[in-house]
Design a protein around this ligand. Structure first.
Ligand code: ADP
Length: 499
């Protein structure tokens, strides 16, 4: 493992200032509030404490939801012209852009990912989310309908129209892998729709959510429209997900917690969007351009150290190119330089914490024990886990069935394309997949045959706010992004009248 751990401090004045001031507080109804208890956030590379963060309780959840409910109908938000709402979203994007280096430094420190990943992948992604949905605020149209109702009083007519109305208070519960981007993916469409929000970031990585909410307040969002509750999932996350004042939960995280949210939604029949786990296959056909496929498949699994819901963690390689691909992936893995996320030389940072690195290592140990061959990597050091390529693991082994959420990929040969499709679909998940081929027919046929919310051809993990993103099977409910993603935050009201 090429690990050179030289701790680096943030260079932007904004990140330095943010880390100096603390403890970090909750944001409810436009006010920053202290809590009785706090919890620490750490730099996973060094274990150093970065900040103390407010630990929200059930009472804080009650207060935040009440603030969001009140803001929903207050004229400064409900009466805001759609164009003004769009302009506000655009302003949030501008502020993220102006502070992108600072936010990327905080993300890198808190989560472990490299600065480049945070800055160019995720901050740019968050900016794009706000700009995309800023444009939609003026385009939320209903329909006029001429209903075939024959029992209107004589001489009268029936006409009807639909209104698109905000669904209400949204609890946005976000994960630790791409914290600010995941928050933006929920906040931007929810605000576009006119909803109000309680944001609950993952306890491991709350820093950029706090900074984002500061910037949103600076942009001029009315009080109560966005509220921030930092704290633990089983405490404040659970309180929000069962809260009768919350109309909708927008969640990204584990399938396990997704199931808990389903149970919690029973009380008031909350609407849910669940973006859950994945075990995404990458199918590399004999005619693939390996100069694209080798680095592309490697990026598909190793980016953000595999802590990506769509990570291409199962590679199926057609027999003729199998060995060349395996060798190429192993070489890519071995060539990657691991180090502190803020070290400009680092290509991969640590995992989110040491316990997670140990969990990932457990899968590798299990595969080794079962006779699989580790072609590259396989080592850990603190929270760092080497990018790892494993051949010869069985299709029904945990390595190929469970979501590992680390930089570990299996490679399995196949002869016929149908066999690869069958193995690709042999999973409880259905989040994403990639197909690598120069053949037009194969590209379309395989894409159609794979049960996944997104299929990439000759690329992996390509995202943009225009592209709907959702999971089939146990990978989730509903779709985020695109015009369809907005539907999650809108309700249709039909107004039917006799005139
Ligand atoms: P991961 O496996 O990526 O840590 P989780 O599903 O555990 O993902 O966490 C994703 C988000 O869900 C985090 O913000 C976490 O605090 C929150 N969470 C965890 N447990 C619960 C729960 N019981 N109810 C509501 N939210 C929860």
């Amino acid at each position: 493992m090429r690990l050179i751990l030289t701790p680096h401090a943030p260079r932007t004045e904004g990140a330095q200032r943010f880390l100096k001031t603390g403890p970090k507080r909750l944001f409810i109804d436009g006010e920053w509030l202290d809590t009785a208890e706090t919890f620490p956030s750490h730099d996973p590379a060094t274990g150093a404490e970065l900040a103390q963060i407010a630990r929200a309780t059930q009472a804080d959840a009650d207060e935040a939801v009440a603030a969001a409910q009140a803001a929903l109908t207050r004229p400064d938000w409900a009466g805001m012209l759609p164009a003004a709402r769009g302009a506000l979203l655009w302003k949030v994007a501008d502020l993220i852009e102006a502070h992108a280096d600072e936010l990327a430094e905080l993300e890198s420190l808190d989560q472990g990912k490299t600065f480049a990943t945070a800055r160019f992948g995720e901050m740019n992604g968050a900016i794009a989310q706000f700009r995309y949905y800023a444009g939609f605020a003026t385009k939320l149209h209903g329909q006029t309908i001429a209903p075939s109702i024959g029992y209107a009083p004589p001489g009268k007519q029936v006409m009807a129209y639909t209104r698109r109305e905000p669904i209400g208070v949204v609890a946005a519960i976000t994960p630790w892998n791409s914290p600010l981007l995941m928050a933006a993916m929920k906040l931007a469409p929810a605000l576009c729709a006119g909803c109000t929000i309680v944001l609950k970031p993952a306890e491991e990585t709350s820093l950029t959510a706090i900074r984002l909410v500061e910037l949103m307040a600076e942009a001029g969002l009315p009080a109560g429209v966005v509220n921030l509750l930092t704290g633990y999932g089983h405490e404040v996350g659970a309180a929000l997900s069962a809260h009768p004042g919350v109309a909708k939960v927008a969640f990204t995280g584990s399938t396990e917690v997704g199931r808990l949210l389903l149970d919690a939604a029973r009380g008031n029949l909350k609407k849910l969007t669940l973006e859950l786990g994945g075990k995404s296959p990458a199918l590399v056909l004999d005619d693939a351009d390996l100069s694209l496929a080798v680095p592309g498949v490697a990026r598909g699994i190793f980016a953000n150290s595999g802590q990506v819901c769509v990570a291409g963690s199962r590679v199926y390689a057609q027999r003729k190119i199998h060995d060349q691909l395996a060798e190429g992936l192993a070489k890519q893995a071995e060539g990657m330089r691991l180090g502190h996320g803020l070290d400009p030389e680092s290509e991969l940072g640590p995992l989110v914490h040491e316990a997670h690195a140990q969990r990932v290592a457990g899968f590798v140990a299990q595969a080794r024990k079962a006779g699989a061959e580790v072609l590259a990597g396989g080592m850990t050091n603190g929270a760092f886990h080497a990018p790892t390529v494993i051949a010869g693991a069985a299709q029904d082994s945990p390595l190929l069935r469970d979501e590992i959420f680390g930089p570990v990929v299996s490679i399995t040969p196949f002869d016929e394309i149908d066999e690869a499709i069958q193995m690709a679909n042999d999973t409880d998940f259905g989040l994403a997949a990639s197909v690598w081929t120069e053949g037009l027919s194969a590209a379309h046929r395989v894409s159609a045959a794979i049960r996944a919310g997104t299929v990439w051809v000759n690329c992996h993990s390509f995202f943009s706010p225009e592209l709907p993103k959702g999971g089939l099977k146990e990978s989730g409910w509903g779709v985020e992004n695109g015009a369809q993603g907005l539907e999650n935050y809108l309700e249709t009201k039909t107004v039917c009248m006799v005139i």
